[in-house]
Design a protein around this ligand. Sequence first.
Ligand code: MG
Length: 399
Amino acid sequence: MSKTIILIVAAGRGLRAGGDIPKQYVKQRGRYVLSRTIDAFLEHPLVSHIQTVIHPDDMDLYQAATKDFDKKLLPPVHGGTSRQESVYNGLKALSECEADHVLIHDAARPFVSSSLITRVIEGLAQDNAVLPVTPVIDTIKQVDGNRVSRTIERKSLYGAQTPQGFSYPLILDLHKQADHETDVEFTDDASLAEWANIPVQTVEGDVQNQKLTTRRDMDMAELILANADETQMETRTGFGFDVHRFEPGDGVILCGIKIPFDKKLKGHSDADVAMHALTDALLGAVGEGDIGAHFPPSDPQWAGAASSLFLEHAVELIRKRSGKIINVDVTIICEQPKIGPHREKMRQELARIMGVEAHRISIKATTTERLGFTGRDEGMAAQAIASITLRTTPEPQDV
Ligand code: MG
């Protein structure tokens, strides 16, 4: 099998995107543009290694963007004063790698698809230079000053994308020749092949594989990512159940609200049976065990703890997975005290602790018709069910 190395050109300053840092180091939805670009190639089974070319000033940003990547990513080399010089530096750095093919790619094209990469690599089985292209959609006019001089036949016009694939020895040689023999600035690598009369095969590009250049491109990329996030969400459900025994006291705490009563609930923490059931429902939905696993009753630091601590922790675990609480429904089971008069306050308190709107929270109460331990006023029980959305696979976040 031939050995294919990816050369990612990330040395540009990218100021047209309107930021104060180069666009390849802008974070979109928690990830650097460059991290997404590298990831697209790292995941491809036909890619052997990745070589990046960066600006010396960007070393800190580069390290932050690549700290989680494995050995397939080679140490970066420094770019030159032009794109062409940067590519040449990158190609020279690969001289020991015994590469058959190299794909040269712009760092600011993070949406390169696996199938596009495959098309370029497969094209190299027939030709020494392969270029992905997209048809030009707009009618193209030649303009002099502010007057149209002519309409250019659109059918034979295409936009050039990257990754552009080459025989490694050939493109290295072409860059060497160009460096010695011409002052022409080539804005892509296929142009060097054309300059040397090497046939360039075209393969189908991908409109999604856009180069992020302007502020507007960056905004569009955010939208594409937000849309992808939505489609990667799944709905989960969790169930919780808890019981606490009564003991003499002056009131019970339910959903964070103290209700005056001639008993209290016995427990290690504040014994908020309803909030415990709810916390377990949320932990169940996110697949994170139960309340006792996170806050062991044997640990003295939770003695008398407000149960809001537990609930906040469960909510935080969901947030960390980019999850959202859709709704929760709590049923409190007891003969007394009466829940109804306190229900709205309890709802508001849960909404506050969980950081969701009150309409997503339901609190109900029932008796057991004087049957069982709740019927005999020996204790209280609570059940809760929770629905949440969660990413199907957690996306890594750059911190
Ligand atoms: Mg409990």
